[in-house]
Design a protein around this ligand. Structure first.
Ligand code: AHR
Length: 514
């Protein structure tokens, strides 16, 4: 009894937050077996602005290394962060895309108007073969969104056959004529996008019926069972999630999506990507942390219909959405990327990791030159944004076992509002290496984190930190290395525990080995 009381007292004293700059973190053993799917670290590339054209797919004459017209410096950068999947062709574009326009000799492909994004002419030079070649260069899985809004069941049925069938058929004959002998075996398959809005303006019940019909004809071919993803809710539309879970049989969908963007101000005037004060920084971080509530509440609804968690919550669009850079096409959604964006990315990824039992796929919008981009290009120049480096640090969690945490954080307050300064997640990989990612959102205070690690052995700790003098700091083509990771010396072993001194406005990766 005495022993129990004294260990209880020790635990309580550990959980007690001694000062306003102190946090406690307990890292526990994984008793649930939950794994952080690498597909949480997915990306998104829409025919929008300069993401595909002038991002991935460039002019033949551009003096950069290319395969066909695919830009290889961009490919190399994304391989380095182990990009696990890439979503294409949209977004809103997906529901006006007719795949047959994007195959065959390029000079004979019909053109179309990209009505969603700037009304520009789409020449269809980047289509199915080019996208799948890009995925093969990246070593990632393709995630294709089919057209439900303005397409047909036949069109989707034939696209799947063209992609995945290995026998003799009109579609496979056409594929071979277009230069591809073997099927690609695409697995991730979106059945429409934002069907409540740009994808058809449907009611939840109508979409559930459409999904069931489309899903029947999106066939599984040998070696290529589809992981079908139903269009899910926008933000806090819990009714939508409820309706889809009620009406779509669990064995007919691999995942249900969720879209949520962090908009610093409002949809009319979103706020600048680079010029903002601390109030706006705080509001942005508060809105970003709202993802925790969204994921928890959508998951709770899913748990009701699917207690065994067979259906994944696929957050296949997320990220910060600001005003476009002054002087750029408003329909192209080109925005700069600051340290604030890196803190948004890291906090969101920590949330996804901690909910990895349900969140098993996610896609940041959008990889190159659009919204919260990892990479910006200007003709032959290319730069890596602060958000890119978050994915570089967090790749350590891919396919590792989640270590559940208990975190007691001091608050960062602004007026009457408060958010936790610190967020974190932890995992152990197949080599028994422990990784902890920590974020300090407070731009003024260093936070001391006392970390207790239960029943896991480790001897050495190493770390990297991503921070800058200001949360508005950006990488530019003139100064591309302003925000990039550096060695972190703020973690000290203390028995089996760890003391971490977390700098203001920073992301830290710790690696603990035996
Ligand atoms: O990512 C930009 C757009 O945001 C996508 O096309 C759409 O799905 C969402 O509204």
């Amino acid at each position: 009894m005495k022993k129990i009381l004294s260990s209880l007292a020790a635990l309580l004293s550990f959980l007690y937050v001694a000062g306003q700059n102190d946090a406690t973190l307990t890292i526990q053993q994984n008793n649930t077996g939950a794994t952080i799917s690498r597909h949480i670290y997915g990306h998104f590339s829409e025919h929008l602005g300069r993401c595909i054209y002038d991002g991935f797919w460039v002019d033949e004459k551009l003096p950069v290394k290319k395969k066909d017209r695919i830009r290889l410096d961009v490919v190399e950068a994304l391989k380095k962060i182990q990009i696990p999947n890439l979503r294409w062709p949209g977004g809103c574009f997906a529901d006006e895309y007719h795949w047959r326009d994007g195959i065959g000799p390029r000079d004979q492909r019909p053109k179309m108007v990209n009505t969603n994004w700037g009304g520009v002419t789409e020449d269809n030079s980047f289509g199915t073969h080019e996208f799948l070649e890009l995925c093969s260069l990246l070593g990632c899985e393709p995630y294709i969104s089919g057209n439900v809004g303005s397409g047909t069941v036949e069109e989707m049925n034939k696209w799947v056959e063209y992609l995945n069938f290995n026998g003799e058929s009109p579609m496979t004959k056409m594929r071979k004529q277009n230069g591809r002998e073997e099927p690609w075996n695409v697995h991730f398959w979106g059945v429409g996008n934002e069907s409540w809005g740009c994808g058809g303006n449907m009611t939840a019940a109508r979409y559930a019926d459409e999904y069931r019909r489309y899903a029947v004809f999106a066939k599984n071919y040998p070696g290529a069972a589809l992981k079908k993803i139903a269009c899910g809710a926008s933000s806090d539309d819990y009714k939508w999630t409820e309706t889809e879970m009620q009406n779509i049989p669990l064995n007919q969908m691999w995942g249900l999506s969720l879209h949520y963007y962090t908009v610093p101000r409002n949809w009319q005037k979103k706020g600048s990507a680079t010029a903002f004060d601390e109030q706006e920084y705080f509001t942005t971080m508060k809105k970003c942390l709202y993802m925790e509530e969204l994921v928890s509440r959508h998951s709770a609804i899913m748990d009701h219909y699917d207690p065994q968690k067979r259906v994944a919550l696929a957050v296949d669009e997320w990220g910060i959405w600001t005003d476009v850079e002054p002087g750029t096409n408003p329909g192209f959604l080109y925005q700069q990327n600051s340290l604030r964006d890196a803190l948004v990315a890291a906090s969101t990824l920590n949330i996804f990791n901690n909910h990895c039992d349900r969140v098993r796929l996610a896609n940041l919008a959008q990889t190159v030159n659009v919204l919260q981009a990892l990479i910006l290009t200007d003709k032959e120049k290319m730069l890596l944004t602060p958000t890119y480096y978050v994915f570089d640090l967090f790749k350590a969690h891919q396919d590792a076992k989640l270590l559940p945490i208990l975190l007691n954080s001091p608050e960062y307050s602004m007026g009457d509002e408060k958010i936790p300064s610190v967020n974190a997640s932890a995992s152990v990989d197949s080599n028994n290496v422990i990784h902890v990612t920590l974020v300090n959102l407070d731009p003024h205070r260093t936070i001391n984190v006392s970390t207790q690690i239960s029943n896991l052995s480790w001897k050495t700790v190493d770390g990297q930190v991503l921070t800058a003098a200001k949360y508005t700091a950006v990488n530019t083509f003139e100064a591309p290395h302003t925000v990039q990771p550096a060695k972190f010396n703020g973690a000290k072993k203390n028995g089996n525990n760890l003391n971490v001194s977390l700098p203001p406005q920073s992301v830290v990766l710790l690696e603990m080995k035996n």
